[in-house]
Write a protein that binds this ligand. Structure first.
Ligand SMILES: *Cc1c(COP(=O)(O)O)cnc(C)c1O
Length: 389
């Protein structure tokens, strides 16, 4: 059997919506984007939403809109996708890495507090694998002067104690990349309750221009525009926004399916040497990915076994501090992120998507339970167990 890592859930009606945009003659950011932005405000209970061409470009625009740049520091977790740190560098600021909590793999809030300096302007907590960081606790630890920009790329459906991304921070940024829970191939969104940030962001996503294409010809007459502050090009076209329109109504159904599949993995693997992050009380995880930790340096071998059996397992993520760009940077401390390093070396992700069929999941579980587990070197596992103590 072949089980892919991911299969998208775009409804067939998506093609009709794209055809409508083509027929309308207006291809870039216009009414269809505005409609989805309104829906996002309603879903997240926030006052402003801006669709962007990706999480990455949305984050660059948000950092520019907040005036973060050279001389500033931004705290980021080491255990994340590289984009979280790269966007900080792209605006000329310095990413300051902190390690993860060993149980949840989310940013360690005490370490984040300890990393604050007079130059710290912001922190980008990452809702890794779909579990939301405790934003009120992070705010309490850091105090009011530091901006909190949530990396909610994994967390469209997630919540903690009933609160959703964007409600308790300065902004939350989503990704609609091809394999994310909600997708339009490439895309993203920034949501915020901060009216000033929203106004600056509107310009920052269009080079800093004071009027977007839809406004430049409002009333049938050309309007002049100005640029007061540097921006990037980060807007999403209507052509792609309509693909989101078609998914928003069924988000909860897809999450239910993800939850059932994730629990089945958990129940079947509980008590084996394979580990997975703890989901805390009060959290509804978006269940973006299902990571397992393989002990004793045997991850790559297990990955090969799974791949050879037709199972699309992948590695998301290694500690960002181990990538050459950051490892060769003398300002990034060495060997200071043991939890991120260990999970980065030991983790692989199993197939998890709403249309994964039960017999496909059974196949993955059978390979894990009857081929992978008996082949694990128990001596290496014990050694690691002792080392962990
Ligand atoms: C996918 C991802 C991003 C980047 O999203 P893009 O839309 O591809 O720019 C950022 N952070 C995390 C944690 C991600 O998984």
């Amino acid at each position: 059997m072949r089980v892919p890592f991911y299969r998208h859930s775009l409804p067939a009606s998506s093609a009709t919506l794209v055809a409508q945009v083509i027929e309308s003659g207006f291809l870039t950011s216009g009414q269809r984007c505005a409609g989805v932005e309104e829906q996002l405000c309603a879903i997240f209970g926030v006052s402003h939403a801006k669709l962007t061409s990706s999480w990455t470009q949305g984050a660059v625009a948000a950092l520019l809109a907040l005036g973060i740049g050279p001389g500033d520091e931004v705290i980021v977790p080491a255990m994340t996708f590289v984009a979280t740190a790269n966007v900080v560098k792209q605006v000329g600021a310095r990413p300051v890495f902190v390690d993860a909590d060993p149980s949840t793999l989310l940013i360690d809030i005490a370490l984040a507090k300890a990393a604050v300096t007079p130059r710290t302007k912001a922190v980008i907590p990452v809702h890794l694998y779909g579990q939301m960081v405790d934003i009120p606790a992070l705010r309490a630890a850091l105090g009011p002067g530091i901006r909190i920009i949530e990396d909610a790329a994994h967390c469209f459906e997630g919540r903690r104690n009933g609160r959703r991304p964007g409600q308790d921070s300065d902004a939350a940024i989503f990704s609609f990349y091809a394999t994310k829970n909600v997708t339009c191939g490439e895309g993203g969104a920034v949501v915020t309750n901060d009216a000033e940030l929203a106004a600056n962001l509107k310009e920052a996503v269009l080079h800093g221009m004071s009027a977007a294409a839809a406004q430049r010809f409002s009333g049938g007459r050309y309007q002049h525009w100005d640029v007061a502050r540097l921006g990037t090009k980060a807007n999403l076209p209507d052509l792609l926004a309509v693909l989101l329109e078609a998914q928003l109504d069924s988000v909860d159904e897809r999450l239910e399916r993800r939850e059932i599949l994730a629990r089945r993995y958990e129940e079947s693997l509980l008590g084996t040497p394979l580990g997975f992050p703890t989901i805390e009380a009060g959290v509804v995880s978006a269940r973006h990915l299902f990571p397992i930790h393989v002990p004793g340096g045997q991850r790559d071998r297990v990955m090969r076994t799974l791949n050879d059996q037709g199972i699309g397992a992948t590695v998301n993520y290694r500690s960002v501090t181990e990538l050459s760009l950051y490892r060769n940077d003398p300002s990034v401390p060495r060997n200071s992120f043991p939890v991120s390093f260990d999970w980065g070396e030991g983790t692989l992700c199993l197939p998890l998507f709403p249309t994964l069929r039960e017999e496909e999941q059974d196949y993955v579980l059978n390979v894990l339970l009857y081929e992978v587990l008996p082949s694990l070197d128990s001596h290496a596992i014990e050694e690691r167990g002792v080392a962990a103590l």
